[in-house]
Ligand binder design. Structure first.
Ligand SMILES: *Cc1c(COP(=O)(O)O)cnc(C)c1O
Length: 360
């Protein structure tokens, strides 16, 4: 079986060496040496002013949204992983779903303004598949209406826009280091933000709300990344350039095979973007076979694909009560999109075989 994704693991000896001193120190969690050193390395790699590690991406997202102490409506996209919508709702906020652009699948900034009411407090956009949102337009709207912008940057590790790290935009950007992501710490996440007061809140919230002087100032939870996760991150970060370059080669090979076919729409990285090739989405629009038919055919040939993102988050049972017919472009794409296998062990032969099945 060819899986859609396969976690990156470092060289076993390198990992053993990295964790060896934990047997001497017995400091295995609670902001240990590995944790603090990974936090600093990632802060530098992502070009962030402040960076706060978390045990996973979802809790990082909840903490980031919660850190601004907001009440009211949040404009967001339904074309994302369910985590985005959960994080908004679990923070006591009301999601307002905005449609996406048909070219890069990110939130349509031209529509955002029509959804702003006197209850709107924030925008939570998603850099889908590593495609940056229209950060300029979103920032202009945020300034005009005094809204916070918290980017779900879970797909976007290592991405740059006009040579600048994607982590520099908005009030906060949230990353996921889950096993299936481009960079992993087994499970993990981080919030990048520019305001050091917000970063202090995040630090406190991830540790039961304790502040540096031992007072409990915030309603916190346990969101700490442990030393074994951090050691995994330290090892994987050493290989990140190579990991992204392998992904690029696979991506390009798919492109060569599939570009120019009637009824198939591919995801071309924008020109000003340094991409991370996190996913290979394709949209079947007017192709001789439907997305579902192609996915079944690939499965019969031992190739696993994913319908990212189908259904939309506002089509799941627990969000049915949010009007779900208001994002026609997102509905249209969700019915037709398929992501193909993309990980370090996919060979050119695999790619050619997958593409020939699709073409046949
Ligand atoms: C993976 C992901 C998350 C959640 O991150 P975890 O680390 O799995 O908790 C949130 N949003 C998006 C868009 C994701 O892809």
């Amino acid at each position: 079986m060819i899986f859609t994704t396969k976690p990156i693991l470092p060289d076993l000896d390198a990992y053993m060496e990295e964790i060896q001193d934990l047997w001497d120190t017995r400091w295995i969690t609670n902001m240990g040496v590995k944790h603090n050193s990974l936090e600093e390395e990632l802060r530098r790699y992502l070009g962030a002013k402040n960076l706060t590690l978390f045990v996973n991406g979802h809790l990082a997202l909840e903490a980031a949204i919660g850190a601004f102490n907001l009440k009211g409506e949040v404009i967001t996209t339904p074309f994302t992983f369910i985590s985005t919508t959960h994080a908004i709702v679990r923070s006591g906020l009301e999601p307002v779903f905005c449609d996406i652009r048909s070219d890069d699948y990110t939130i349509n900034a031209d529509i955002i303004e029509t959804l702003i009411t006197d209850r709107t407090v924030a925008i939570v956009p998603v850099h889908v598949y590593g495609n940056p949102c229209d950060v300029q337009k979103i920032s202009t709207l945020a300034d005009k209406y005094k809204l916070k912008v918290i980017y779900d940057a879970a797909h976007c590790f290592g991405v740059t826009l006009n040579g600048k790290s994607i982590a520099c935009y908005g009030d906060a950007s949230v990353f996921s280091f889950h096993a299936t992501k481009v960079f992993n710490t087994v499970e993990g996440g981080a919030v990048a933000c520019s305001d050091s007061n917000i970063s202090l809140v995040l630090e406190s919230v991830r540790n039961f709300g304790f502040s540096r002087d031992g007072e409990v100032e915030n309603v916190g939870f346990n969101g700490k990344m442990n030393e074994f996760q951090a050691a995994m991150g330290i090892c994987n970060l050493r290989d990140i350039e190579e990991i992204i370059s392998i992904r690029k080669n696979i991506y390009d090979r798919y492109m060569e095979n599939l570009d120019g076919i009637q009824g198939i729409k591919l995801n071309f990285p924008q020109r000003d973007v340094g991409h991370n090739y996190s996913y290979f989405p394709m949209v079947f629009d007017g192709y001789k076979k439907t997305r579902d038919r192609i996915s079944e055919e690939l499965k019969a040939n031992s190739v696993e694909t994913r319908k990212y993102f189908y259904p939309l988050t506002n089509r799941y049972k627990c969000y049915e009560h949010y009007k779900s017919n208001v994002t026609p472009v997102a509905e249209y794409i969700a019915e037709r999109v398929l992501t193909l296998p993309l990980h370090q062990e996919i060979t050119y032969d695999d790619i050619d075989r997958i593409c020939s099945i699709i073409k046949k």
